[in-house]
Design a protein around this ligand. Sequence first.
Ligand SMILES: *[C@@H]1O[C@H](CO)[C@@H](O)[C@H](O)[C@H]1NC(C)=O
Ligand SMILES: *[C@@H]1O[C@H](CO)[C@@H](O)[C@H](O)[C@H]1NC(C)=O
Ligand SMILES: *[C@@H]1O[C@H](CO)[C@@H](O)[C@H](O)[C@H]1NC(C)=O
Ligand SMILES: [Zn+2]
Length: 504
Amino acid sequence: MKKGCVVCYVAAIILVTTLLQTCSVTAFFADAVPQPFVSPGHGFPGFNSMRHRNILRDEVTARLKELGNVSDSKDVLQRTFLSPAALAAGRLLAVWMKDAGLRTWEDELGNVHGRSDGANATAPALLLGSHMDTVIDAGRYDGALGIVTAIAAVKVLKVEGKLHQFPRPIEIIAFSDEEGIRFQTTFLGSSAVAGTFQPKHLKNVDARGISIGAALRAASHLGTTESVSSLKYNPASVWGYVELHIEQGPVLEAHGLPLGVVEAIAGQTRLTVRVHGSQGHAGTVPMSMRKDPMIAAAQSIVSIENICTHPEKGVGGSRGATAMSTAVNHAGAIVCTVGEIHSWPGASNVIPGEVMFTIDVRSKDDSDRETNVVRIEGGIHKICRKRGVRCSIERKHEANAIACAPGLNDRLHAAAQAAMKELPPFRNNVSALDDGGFTAPTLVSGAGHDAMAMASLTQVGMLFLRCTGGVSHSPAEHVQDDDIWAGSLALLHFMEGVLGDLSR
Ligand SMILES: *[C@@H]1O[C@H](CO)[C@@H](O)[C@H](O)[C@H]1NC(C)=O
Ligand SMILES: *[C@@H]1O[C@H](CO)[C@@H](O)[C@H](O)[C@H]1NC(C)=O
Ligand SMILES: *[C@@H]1O[C@H](CO)[C@@H](O)[C@H](O)[C@H]1NC(C)=O
Ligand SMILES: [Zn+2]
């Protein structure tokens, strides 16, 4: 790379940026930017790093701030399904989708769509998206990041004049409900598009007694079984679904890299355990004569930690995500949490009569999960027998793991790698980069995402973005501006890869 080129390039960028600020220069912009960019290697930080920084980084971060202000509460960020702020967020996203060259509509479940037909309106579409609802006292990245970065990447295709050459339709979907805060049912938006929405859920009510159907009607939708069922996409009309999301965990930060590729979304089992003992006076019943369910529960909880720290490999035919993972370190293959515990009657001077606690077990391998859930159940029953208390264990929820599509994973790996090469390496793990590594870590998502629902419609792929301290579902949630850039750039590279299919 000659120094002169760098100077020309910087001059061109300054010119373009100035023009962009004063008028709409879409066509000019497309011509003025030299492309494709050849990776200059590590010696030239700053060269390729200029690529559409205004759209892919600065505009995205500004939009995330703006969206983070759209809240139902003036003190904290909160947007629940069909709330006034959620509807306002949808309108804002539609404006940004239009700005990226997409035609937009809101569907019968409040999802906001933006679509471009590309070069072939009838080819199976590439879907991109994430959710626009939030938890209560949320951060501004969870969900919103995946929508806003996708819009930015599509906008770059538009300004470069590539959107109409895209070999298939591109559609961005801002899903109306993923967190399930208002109606205690997750993935309302994406399950409707995927065709797995259960019409009986229309009768679910929120804390004020308003049903999903009534909430939809209040937002000018029909709110009927038919109107919701009609949202199901025909699988033949869809090519795949790709979602970028913050990691919500600490692994990427520990690797020192901004991007990771998700190979699977963990399956989950939720159990409720009830331990019945004999209730009594804390002062009068001798220790040797007690049947205390609290101690049995405590011992059980410690046994769960033990089992999940040293899990056994699942036996038998592997379902779901197992087939593709070979080089897994088996420790860490499963995570187990006891997050809720109640005792009856719950008084400091009473030996409890009953203790209830929950167990949440997750793994990307369904047979590992089943094997260790059975070990957990066996262990609890054994402890209860020994202590002379009665235990019942109920499986409340079971969801299989979702494997991300290997074909999409390969494309996302290449895209993440290309994005990381283009950006200045100052915040990234220099030793990993100097190895010529650049390889984005492969991760398992322990959290559910819209991609999980979309997997019953089409192949799915996911990118994770590093977030500070792994913190999420909190106003302290944070993603560095340059990491956001890496994320939207990776989505752009991914789409350019698909664009390249045309010429193959
Ligand atoms: C968000 O709201 C705060 C407080 O009202 C305001 O100061 C800030 O300018 C707003 N930011 C954006 C990007 O709208
Ligand atoms: C458009 O896509 C459809 C469906 O994949 C295909 O049958 C058709 O040949 C394509 N048309 C063109 C012009 O490539
Ligand atoms: C950086 O990457 C190297 C090589 O992949 C790895 O061994 C090391 O743990 C990483 N260190 C940090 C701080 O990220
Ligand atoms: Zn999320």
